[in-house]
Design a protein around this ligand. Structure first.
Ligand SMILES: [Ca+2]
Length: 225
């Protein structure tokens, strides 16, 4: 499949301060567009040990406890009190031909129906998908985080159009922003929006070894004027 108009850049926070939808940067004031993605900062709590509207699949278990983080901004979270994490453990399964399903966070329709959220994207329009991640003990190049943004018919997982996908983020890192600009093609299948974060790995780490861990926060999808 050919993906239209996908570009990727990794940016770092360069002395900008975001406050109530307004970005102050080097004396300029720019009114930022509001994100279309509900609870991208994970601050709204949903079910037990879960942010509202998000589910995880870790080590073959749906909604493994401990993946919803409460902590300090700049450390365990990028902003606010909450973030989510993924890790590779001694219980992680070995790689098969299809590694895409390994340890994921996915946004869900209300009621846990799956298939992404009913966010209205317009065909032919340009959007920016962005998120912040922090990676620890990513010593093996096979440990990689990928963020993916899909157009998907609400209620269905079977058909989708990949709208934007980050590069494989490897190596340890402090909080780092990833941005992907994409245009919704005219032939996109549905306009529901599904976000998937996948932690790729080869298999379990040795018992007692450090667990490669990634924290994710402040996920946004905003229209680009
Ligand atoms: Ca947060």
């Amino acid at each position: 499949m050919k993906f239209p108009c996908i570009s990727l850049c990794i940016t770092r926070h360069l002395g900008c301060l975001a406050l109530a939808g307004t970005v102050f940067c080097q004396g300029l004031v720019v009114h930022a567009a509001e994100s279309l993605l509900p609870n991208g900062g994970f601050e709204d709590e949903g079910g037990p040990d879960l942010p509202e509207g998000w589910t995880n699949l870790v080590d073959g278990r749906k909604n493994l406890p401990g993946m919803y983080v409460t902590g300090k901004p700049g450390s365990e979270t990028h902003t606010g009190r909450h973030a989510v994490k993924l890790l590779v453990s001694s219980e992680s399964e070995a790689t098969t031909a299809d590694r895409r399903l390994r340890n994921t966070w996915v946004n869900e329709m209300p009621g846990g129906k799956g298939g992404g959220q009913a966010v209205e994207l317009e065909k032919g329009k340009t959007y920016r998908f962005s998120f912040w991640s922090k990676r620890e003990d990513f010593d093996d190049p096979d440990h990689a985080l990928v963020g993916e943004c899909k157009g998907i018919p609400p209620g269905s997982r079977s058909e989708y159009t990949v709208l934007g996908r980050s590069e494989h983020l490897t190596g340890s890192s402090s909080w780092e922003k990833s941005e992907i600009i994409f245009e919704v093609p005219q032939d996109a299948l549905g306009l529901g929006l599904q976000i998937v974060f996948r932690l790729f790995h080869k298999g379990p780490i040795p018992e007692g070894a450090k667990q490669p861990t990634v924290w994710i926060d402040d996920v946004e999808v905003v229209p680009v004027p």
